[in-house]
Write a protein that binds this ligand. Structure first.
Ligand SMILES: Nc1nc2c(ncn2[C@@H]2O[C@H](COP(=O)(O)OP(=O)(O)OP(=O)(O)O)[C@@H](O)[C@H]2O)c(=O)[nH]1
Ligand SMILES: [Mg+2]
Length: 307
């Protein structure tokens, strides 16, 4: 029997729960997820091999994408371009909507843009744990009036409700084709990238409203130790003066806490002891600097067909 393999892209307003759902479907915490908006900056691939309704194994390559929001700076525009590029490549677009937030102007804006794409899209009503059941069907109907979704799922990425049904349906919907990844590979992310993302997650979780959006993290060094542990050096770059002091905190307390938590999460992810050494650097305007964005893997697209 022919095998199946395809690409499914998670798109939606920022904070809809795309990364949480992505991690749930992949079964590993590959993509950082926080209560703050605009957490995801790059498209992230995760590979799931799931049983399809024929009893065969399908390879689903899932794409977690930056959320859609009104862009202000070069970084934002690059994030949005990455999101729409990812959607345009997909065999199936998974439109994730926060059921509690409902049909917001952002959500209808995304639905309008989906209508201009020639890709099948499924509606995923997420966060159903936060909404009274009788409200879900009317909301789904409202959303269907904005775009002819081919399927609808009600899920809770947080509890896992509905995730198995979604996987099964995806496995059945992928086109025939050979598997592209070796069975043990679940991502194309490097450990260095993961380390930087895990530190960035702590910056999001442990600093106020403004700093996370102006911060980026790079892994500067990676040193394997004889005892099997690894020493990771990271730099947190902030775009505006004064933010360095905020991140370091009184007596270095905040940066220490960021380091402690990130080390624990990274150690768990890598399954080994991690020594994490962090520093903070002021790097004015990195979020407007094309070279910097390119180094992060966020290049501005040459042609903007979708905008
Ligand atoms: N109660 C509840 N919370 C959820 C659910 N899914 C996600 N969340 C929470 O919603 C917040 C945003 O989740 P993310 O997964 O980071 O959302 P995202 O769509 O990837 O956001 P961006 O990357 O910023 O666009 C986090 O605090 C999650 O814990 C859910 O099903 N139920
Ligand atoms: Mg995300």
């Amino acid at each position: 029997m022919a095998t199946r393999s395809g690409l499914a892209a998670l798109i939606g307003a920022t904070n809809a729960g795309k990364s949480t759902l992505f991690n749930r479907l992949v079964g590993e915490r590959l993509s950082i997820a926080t209560p703050k908006a605009q957490t995801t900056r790059l498209s992230i691939k995760g590979v799931v091999v799931a049983a399809n309704p024929d009893g065969d194994r399908t390879e689903i390559v899932l794409l977690d994408l930056p959320g859609i929001f009104a862009p202000r700076r070069a970084l934002d525009r690059a994030m949005l371009a990455a999101a729409w590029r990812g959607a345009a490549e997909a065999d199936v677009i998974l439109f994730v909507v926060d059921a509690k937030g409902g049909l917001s102007p952002e959500v209808s804006g995304i639905a309008e843009r989906l209508a201009r794409m020639t890709r099948p899209a499924w509606l995923l009503l997420n966060k159903i744990d936060l909404v009274a059941k009788p409200l879900l069907l009317p909301l789904a109907a409202e959303l269907h009036a904005t775009f002819p979704f081919t399927k609808t799922f009600m899920v809770s990425a947080a509890s896992g409700d509905g995730a198995a049904d979604l996987s099964l349906a995806l496995a059945g919907a992928m086109p025939e084709g050979p598997h592209l990844y070796p069975p043990e590979q679940i991502s194309d992310l490097s450990e260095r990238w993961l380390a930087a993302e895990i530190v960035r997650e702590q910056v999001f979780l442990q600093s106020g409203d403004e700093v996370p959006y102006d911060a980026t993290v790079e892994t500067e060094s990676w040193e394997e130790r004889k005892d099997g542990s690894v020493r990771v050096g990271g730099v947190i770059k902030v775009a505006r003066p004064g933010q360095k002091a905020i991140l370091i905190g009184a007596g270095g307390r905040r940066i220490r806490m960021i380091g402690t938590r990130a080390r624990a999460v990274l150690g768990e992810a890598l399954g080994r002891t991690v020594h994490l050494v962090l520093r903070v650097e002021e790097s004015a305007g990195w979020d407007e600097d094309r070279r910097h964005l390119a180094a992060l893997g966020l290049t501005e697209p040459q042609q903007r067909k979708e905008t």
